[in-house]
Ligand binder design. Structure first.
Ligand code: NOJ
Length: 552
């Protein structure tokens, strides 16, 4: 039977309310015992992903890479790192996930290549002013002998954004020196990425997560513009020389045309740390279609903050015909079970916070981990009841905390290395997952994992939790199961009450979510409680708890 128009448009909009699970491949599952996760490892865990009840998997980069930045330094955009597998393994993984109805989102890193990319090696070997150099951003230095960097631009990982090459020129890298920035004014660069988008789409990718989506267009006019006094990536009005410039959307308009060559069209989600008022441009149907909204991730555990973030996010999405996204954790920030264990972070300016990894400065003062996990579970349940798509990060379904005590000599993150240890970096949320309570790497693989796993991983492992009805894993499974059944129109209605301490909303079809941010237990509306983030107290909803109620 031919699909109806409604079914077709539903298929095209699969991403609008999807629960997307982020796999950080090197830390998910290791099939060959080399300490590093791989694609066959993902294949072996497809039943787990299916049972969890997610709609899509987003894979962080699995390309050949020297791992100067956890794989976001890409040597070749159309291959798989030999340590992670082969293209055939990718095909196998895509087939197994698709069999279970799970979509695949591939991470594209267009702002920079790695310094081992064939183009960069060619650029180094080529003379000044050559076509090979013009794929990147090479400039002469300042000062009498050109020994000063061409501008005051700084790297997001600390230090200058320029590195000098032997013939005296400098190249730009807004991240690590091993991540030279591409020149997006170069047509060849643009065309090559269109080829890459088609390459993965043809191999079964259903969508793309676009790394540093707000960074590709730069003002390269001479003399290079100095940074504004208050350097901040979330430029408000498109005039910052490096971030969130209006011209970047010409690039995504071309990408959209490629996405629309496919049926259903390929989806896109922008990682763009921009002011909320500028986010819709990235999420436009004429552009990538969706953009990460990190506001929930940055909110403190307070009813008022959550309310503001949710109402703003939904209103923005409605105005622009996109659906909003929600994120509590990813591979760049401290896990939310640890964040909520800390005192509220009011002293961190939200602009600084927006860099995400600034949050990764460890866990002093002393965290209240029990409270952190209790609030994390409540926050997740609230998030999963919202219209829009929810992005989950591997391990949060186990209630994992940040691993805050990785010894300095084992830290891999360039933000730690380039800041001279001032920033602790992001390894604490990238420690390989515990699948079983014991073994060489808690079931991750047959040998020790590439980052050290703490002893407390054992009791939080998949095996330890999966038959425990009170566990975080079982709560995620239940919640994702109900979400699939209950989600309908992208609407919610707030139910007033709760003296500013309770967030209560109803979705069409009698689905209600109630979260108690206060300290006293509160009554629930009539109906059946289908999932709760903690046990009820004599029928009341206790502090720091969310419950879903199916109304009568
Ligand atoms: C954002 C990615 O999420 C992060 O992990 C990476 O370090 C930077 N982009 C640079 O690619």
């Amino acid at each position: 039977m031919e699909p109806t128009a409604a079914q077709e448009s539903q298929a095209a909009g699969w991403w609008r309310q999807a629960a997307v699970y982020q796999v950080y491949p090197r830390s998910f599952a290791d099939s060959n015992g080399d300490g590093l996760g791989d694609l066959k490892g993902v294949v072996s865990r497809v039943p787990y992903l299916a049972q969890l009840g997610i709609d899509a998997v987003w894979l962080s980069p699995f390309y050949p890479s020297a791992l100067a930045d956890g794989g976001y330094d890409v040597d070749d955009y159309r291959d798989v790192d030999p340590q992670l597998g082969t293209l055939a393994d990718f095909d196998e993984m895509a087939a197994r996930l698709h069999e279970r109805g799970i979509k695949i989102i591939v991470d594209i890193v267009p702002n920079h290549t790695s310094s081992r990319h064939a183009w960069f090696l060619e650029a180094l070997a080529a003379p000044k002013g050559s076509p090979a150099r013009s794929r990147y951003i090479f400039r002469d230095g300042l000062g009498p002998d050109g020994a000063l960097p061409p501008s005051d631009w700084t790297s997001m990982f600390g230090g200058p954004a320029w590195t000098r090459v032997p013939d005296g020129q400098w190249y730009l890298h807004l991240f690590a020196a091993e991540q030279p920035d591409l020149n997006w004014e170069n047509r060849e660069v643009r065309d090559d990425f269109l080829t890459t988008l088609r390459f993965w789409s043809d191999r079964g990718a259903d969508g793309f997560r676009v790394d540093v989506a707000h960074g590709l267009a730069k003002n390269l006019a001479e003399p290079l513009e100095p940074l504004p006094a208050r350097h901040h990536p979330a430029g408000l009005n498109g005039t910052h020389p490096l971030w969130d410039r209006d011209e970047v959307h010409d690039i995504y308009a071309e990408w959209r045309q490629v996405f629309n060559e496919y049926d259903p069209p390929r989806a896109g989600v922008a990682e763009a740390w921009v002011h909320p008022s500028r986010r819709p441009r990235y999420a436009s149907p004429a552009g990538l279609g969706q953009a990460f909204n990190f506001d929930l991730l940055e909110a403190n555990w307070r009813a008022g903050e959550f309310l503001r973030v949710i109402t703003d996010g939904l209103a923005e999405a409605q105005r622009n015909g996109a659906s909003t996204t929600w994120v509590l954790s990813n591979h760049d920030v401290v896990r939310h079970a640890s964040r909520y264990a800390l005192p509220a972070q009011d002293h961190l300016e939200s602009t600084e916070n927006a860099k995400g990894w600034l949050l990764s400065n460890g866990t002093s003062p002393e965290p209240d981990l029990k409270l952190g996990l209790r609030r994390a579970r409540a926050a997740t349940l609230l998030m999963l009841a919202l219209p829009g798509s929810a992005y989950l990060y591997q391990g949060e379904e186990l209630g994992l905390y940040e691993v805050a005590d990785i010894p300095a000599e084992l830290i891999q993150d360039p933000s730690f290395l380039r800041s001279g240890g001032a920033e602790k970096g992001r390894d604490g949320c990238r420690v390989p997952l515990p699948w079983s309570p014991d073994g060489a790497s808690f079931g991750f693989g047959a040998s020790a994992a590439h980052l050290p796993q703490p002893a407390w991983f054992g009791p939080l492992s998949v095996q330890a939790q999966e038959h425990d009805p009170a566990s975080t894993l079982v709560m995620y499974r239940q919640a994702l199961g109900w979400r699939r059944r209950l989600r309908t129109a992208e609407r919610l209605e707030w139910v007033p009450g709760g003296h500013g301490q309770v967030l209560h909303f109803a979705r069409p079809g009698g689905w209600q979510s109630v979260t108690n941010f206060g300290s006293e237990a509160v009554p629930l509306p009539p109906g059946t409680v289908v999932v709760a983030s903690a046990p009820l107290k004599e029928g009341l909803l206790p502090a720091d708890t969310t419950a879903w109620v199916l109304g009568s």
